[in-house]
Design a protein around this ligand. Structure first.
Ligand SMILES: [Zn+2]
Ligand SMILES: [Zn+2]
Length: 206
């Protein structure tokens, strides 16, 4: 398969051929159809986090695609399903996951950080029954690719923790990927939103 790799921190990215991944017993392989670029990819490439296990490395943690192979222990998914995943792939088996807090699972695995990610034709994902999210038929892959990182992060803050309600005031400081998603979610919940950003372009988008 074709994939984007780099051979060390701050080394140039290049497109190369790699062997196609095989699914873990509890996981799937996705044929990637859209991928997002995130500030976290830049931090990772710079070596700001020490989670990359080795080089060469395939980055990319925001993507959507179609299931192309399924491990023997997977029960919910089959080849051809259109899906995305949160960038924190939880184990689905520990007490933290049991409590519904998959985003802080101590056994989590993050594509593009802890292993090869979505800047490739195919990506292997673990614990598919826990992590995959089915896409509505009318949602295009480019939109879906943003859901698992920026939108999920903003949704957790605005809807689940902040519990924004109709008529409430929400101020969003910083209108990048997460901030713009926060603006959309707060609006959808009926809140009055004030967006703050030094960039006129970002304010325009908000
Ligand atoms: Zn991201
Ligand atoms: Zn877990």
């Amino acid at each position: 398969m074709r994939a984007v790799i780099y051979d060390g921190y701050r080394e140039p990215l290049r497109v190369t051929e790699l062997a196609e991944p095989v699914p873990p017993d509890d996981g799937v392989v996705l044929r990637v159809e859209a991928a997002g670029l995130c500030r976290s990819d830049w931090h990772s490439w710079n070596g700001h986090d020490d989670d990359i296990p080795g080089f060469p490395h395939v980055p990319g943690h925001e993507f959507a695609g179609t299931v192309s192979a399924v491990g023997p222990d997977v029960t919910r998914w089959r080849v051809g399903d259109r899906v995305t995943t949160p960038f924190v792939c939880a184990c689905g088996r520990c007490l933290v996951c049991e409590s519904g807090n998959h985003q802080v699972c101590p056994h989590q695995w993050q594509p593009g950080f802890d292993g090869w990610g979505g800047f490739a034709e195919y990506v292997a994902l673990p614990a598919a029954d826990t992590n995959l999210v089915r896409l509505p038929h009318d949602m295009d892959m480019t939109t879906a690719a943003g859901l698992g990182c920026r939108v999920a992060t903003a949704y957790r803050a605005i809807a689940q923790v902040g519990r924004a309600a109709p008529g409430e005031e929400v101020v969003v400081h910083g209108c990048g990927g997460v901030g713009l998603a926060a603006v959309m979610i707060a609006r959808a919940l009926g809140a009055r939103v004030t967006a703050v950003d030094p960039s006129a372009h970002a304010r325009e988008l908000a």
